[in-house]
Design a binder for this molecule. Structure first.
Ligand SMILES: [Zn+2]
Ligand SMILES: [Zn+2]
Length: 280
């Protein structure tokens, strides 16, 4: 490892600079790749928000090649390390010394912000990998996890915590209901009870998603374009869905009216298996 005693100061004032094509020299919409020196249109460069002009300097091709080289280099390095486990072990021991711990800590503090972002992005990119890792850790530490859970439960007051959680949960459900009522009040348009009844008649009292009919299910008015996405509260934005289909649809915009086959008796066999009904 290459350790620096003090930060080096470079005097840049009379250092000869390599001639290069300035960005301003490129015709509009074009850009020179500093690696392959080709003048290419900006579509040949990937976006990079950290750059002043929002583009990665190397062209796509060069970036790919560069990444590949990097990977191969890393692989070679790893091989060297793996071939010398005793060196690895020694360094691991060295890292436990206080001065090295302090150095690591300083490094971590210096890079804390970008590290947080990087980790978060990694977790978002690889959810199943993270899940697998967590599951592995939990499996490996079963007793510890159980002990933690037990301690957590007792420290938070055991049964009382359960009651508190339920009360909390009730409160948030109530809040969601009130927010929904609020949206209904604020939404544009309205429809009457008889309009709703007429709509159900039109669709033969059928849930447009699962094709089950009243009174097997209870139909509820579903907003095709959800209120939360600015949908109107008009009958024109309403479709009859059963409770469970309504909650499955959540805040998606799915118009099941277009798949309605008209007369219920001539409708196509639903593509999903249904129990207790024969379609022949
Ligand atoms: Zn290039
Ligand atoms: Zn349904």
């Amino acid at each position: 490892m290459n350790e620096r005693k003090s930060p080096r100061v470079y005097d840049m004032s009379d250092r000869p600079r390599a001639p290069r094509t300035m960005l301003s020299d490129a015709p509009p919409g074009m850009r020179q790749c500093p690696r392959c020196k080709r003048m290419l249109s900006v579509e040949h460069f990937i976006k990079d928000r950290t750059r002043s002009d929002g583009l990665y300097p190397y062209c796509r091709e060069c970036k790919r090649a560069h990444n590949q080289e990097r990977r191969e280099k890393d692989k070679a390095t790893r091989k060297i390390w793996e071939a010398r486990p005793e060196v690895h072990a020694r360094l691991r021991e060295r890292d436990k010394l206080p001065q090295y711990q302090a150095r690591h800590k300083r490094f971590y503090e210096r890079h804390r912000a970008e590290n947080t972002v990087k980790c978060r992005e990694y977790r978002h990119r690889n959810p199943e990998r993270i899940r697998a890792i967590n599951a592995r850790i939990r499996a490996k530490n079963k007793e510890v996890v159980t002990a933690w859970k037990r301690r957590y439960y007792y420290e938070r007051g055991g049964r009382e915590m359960g009651a508190a959680w339920r009360a909390n949960h009730r409160a948030s459900r109530l809040a969601a209901q009130m927010a929904r009522a609020d949206r209904l009040r604020q939404a544009e348009g309205s429809f009457t009870g008889s309009e709703w009844e007429a709509l159900k008649d039109q669709y033969d009292h059928t849930c447009l998603r699962c094709q089950r009919r009243e009174t097997e299910i209870v139909l509820t008015p579903d907003h095709v374009i959800p209120l939360i996405k600015g949908g109107r509260n008009d009958i024109g934005n309403i479709q009859p869905l059963c409770r469970s289909c309504n909650s499955t649809k959540a805040t998606h915009t799915t118009d099941y009216r277009v798949t309605w086959k008209g007369d219920n008796s001539e409708r196509d066999i639903p593509s999903f298996p249904r129990q207790g009904l024969l379609f022949e």
